[in-house]
Design a binder for this molecule. Structure first.
Ligand code: NDP
Length: 327
């Protein structure tokens, strides 16, 4: 029987949390034999609603759910955490400039980075979901100097899953036949969903679709999917975002299948000419709880332009948070 591991989740009373917590507690993230202790962080006014979510979690009688801790103090919620999913963030409001948004989120992710540095497990795996996710991850990372920078990651997995699903639909094949799609860069509209290495049932994906559809329809559909869901549902995507967070953590902890890769936002080591230190979506393989960038892929001129554009946006975001003194 395995000992329970500690999983911290912030913004736990929000929409994504409402889907995410139940999946973690049922064993979808870390395996059906791994007990978990949920350590839930919320802002003070949301603690009452969080209490209701906790009642529902208990009412599920999940055999793997060993305990639940709630708090509005990151020093409590992150204590000895083995995994931390940072979901709570300040949403962009109408008329907000990028600097305002980054500044508001700095007020959340700087103290959270400091708290992780002070009290989390020395091996904590951190996933930032709250937007702007890549730069929020950078802020938390830069405020946790005693942890390995590689422990801080950002979610591009929802974009990755959208890219897989759109390609499956177009080619009439099941998603299980799709391999090696990559999301490069920022979780924003500049992201680059790259099919140049992707295969469908073993065939090169780009030989099955025309370039015009790829550049003119596919890439913008994947990049703007979030807006399409808001338009249809009247609310932003939540269950699919939670599902992608589960996928990201599961693959990081338990490994990617032989011969396949996934996309994760991770600190650039300079691979593929991406400026070192940016939290950037890369193709990665994982094993034994470690990830590695897939090396040696051909980069066309088309890809180069898109990879550089999204790197440029992340560089500007980094400059902005440097100016604000957050990193
Ligand atoms: P959601 O749970 O819907 O979203 C939370 C964050 O995830 C947002 O920043 C959102 O970005 C982001 N996100 C990333 N990818 C996606 C995606 N594909 N679809 C939708 N969202 C995505 O927000 P709620 O407002 O329902 O809940 C947030 C909760 O966080 C609240 O309960 C609030 O009290 C809490 N909070 C907690 C903090 C803390 O613990 N210290 C700090 C701040 C807030 P986007 O806004 O761009 O959609």
């Amino acid at each position: 029987n395995k000992q329970p591991v500690r999983v911290a989740v912030t913004g736990a009373a929000g929409q994504i949390g409402y889907s995410l917590l139940f999946r973690i507690a049922s064993g979808d993230m870390l395996g059906k034999d791994q007990p978990v202790i949920l350590q839930l962080l919320e802002i003070t006014p949301a603690l009452k609603a969080l209490g209701g979510v906790v009642m529902e979690l208990r009412d599920c009688a999940f055999p793997l759910l060993a305990d639940i801790v709630t708090s509005d103090d990151p020093m409590v919620a992150f204590k000895d955490a083995d995994y931390a999913l940072l979901v709570g963030a300040m949403p962009r409001k109408a008329g907000m400039e990028r600097g305002d948004l980054l500044g508001a989120n700095g007020g959340i992710f700087k103290p959270q980075g400091e708290a992780l540095n002070a009290v989390a497990s020395r091996d904590v795996k951190v996933l930032v979901v709250g937007n702007p996710a890549n730069t929020n991850a950078l802020i938390a990372q830069q405020n946790a100097p005693d942890l390995d920078p590689r422990q801080f990651t950002a979610m591009v997995r929802l974009d990755h899953n959208r890219a897989v699903s759109q390609l499956a639909e177009k080619t009439g094949q099941p998603v299980s036949e799709i391999r090696n799609v990559t999301i490069w860069g920022n979780h924003s509209s500049t992201q680059y969903p790259d099919l140049s290495q992707a295969t469908v049932g073993g065939q090169n994906a780009l030989s099955l679709v025309d370039q015009e559809w790829y550049a003119g329809t596919y890439i913008p559909t994947v990049a703007k999917r979030g807006a399409a869901i808001i338009e249809a549902r009247g609310l932003s995507s939540a269950a699919s975002a939670a599902s992608a967070a589960i996928d990201h953590m599961r693959d990081w902890a338990l490994g990617t299948p032989e011969g396949q890769w996934v996309s994760m936002g991770i600190p650039s080591d300079g691979s593929y000419g991406i400026p070192e230190g940016l939290i950037y979506g890369f193709p990665v393989r994982t094993s034994g709880g470690k990830y590695e960038i897939v090396q040696g892929l051909d980069v066309s001129d088309f890809s180069r332009g898109k990879m550089d554009a999204t790197a440029q946006e992340l560089t500007e975001e980094r400059d902005e948070v440097r100016k604000l003194g957050l990193v």
